[in-house]
Design a protein around this ligand. Structure first.
Ligand code: ATP
Ligand code: MG
Length: 150
């Protein structure tokens, strides 16, 4: 079953991220897909802010992974858009095992490395301020979260 949420403003997207953050658990993996400028990084900002992090969250495009430890739980922020242009070999499985939340922008580009249990979110741009979030939970834990949040 697919779950959907319509965001009509930046604030709606930040609030959605906060509501999902409230259901976090160690080892949580959230995979974000969607066109350039759809709101993936803004979602991560909302999540990080809700974790209590004050630093400026920017996309880790060239270093692929940024690790933030100043919040309630560690956050691994990945942006794999340029994964093929870098010669970094990243042990993704090691990140997924951590007592951390991992959020991956452009996750579809590393499809075969993603964990079996995860939350996939695809963001569609409707117009300047409107986005549709489509959720696909893999695993009961994530399905329960969506039933709570949406
Ligand atoms: N409802 C909305 N939700 C999220 N972002 C919105 C919304 N309405 C407008 N925006 C704008 O869309 C842009 C989203 O930018 P963001 O960097 O989060 O996209 P992105 O998906 O990470 O892009 P990229 O693929 O380049 O990393 C911002 O400029 C934001 O202000
Ligand atoms: Mg981004």
């Amino acid at each position: 079953m697919d779950y959907k949420f319509t965001s009509r403003s930046e604030d709606d997207t930040l609030e959605l991220a906060e509501n999902i953050e409230a259901e976090k658990f160690p080892g949580m993996v959230i995979c974000l897909n969607g066109d350039l400028g759809s709101g993936k990084t803004l979602f991560v900002k909302g999540f990080a802010h809700s974790l209590g992090m004050n630093e400026n969250i920017t996309s880790p495009t060239f270093n692929i992974v940024k690790e933030y430890e100043s919040g309630e739980m560690k956050l691994n922020h990945m942006d794999v858009y340029r994964i093929d242009e870098t010669d970094q070999s990243i042990d993704f499985q090691d990140y997924f095992k951590q007592d951390a939340v991992t959020i991956i922008e452009w996750a579809e580009l590393i499809q075969d490395k993603l964990p079996k249990e995860r939350l996939d979110i695809t963001i569609k741009i409707v117009n300047e301020n409107t986005r549709v979030f489509i959720f696909k939970p893999y695993g009961q834990e994530y399905e329960d979260i969506l039933n709570t949040v949406l």
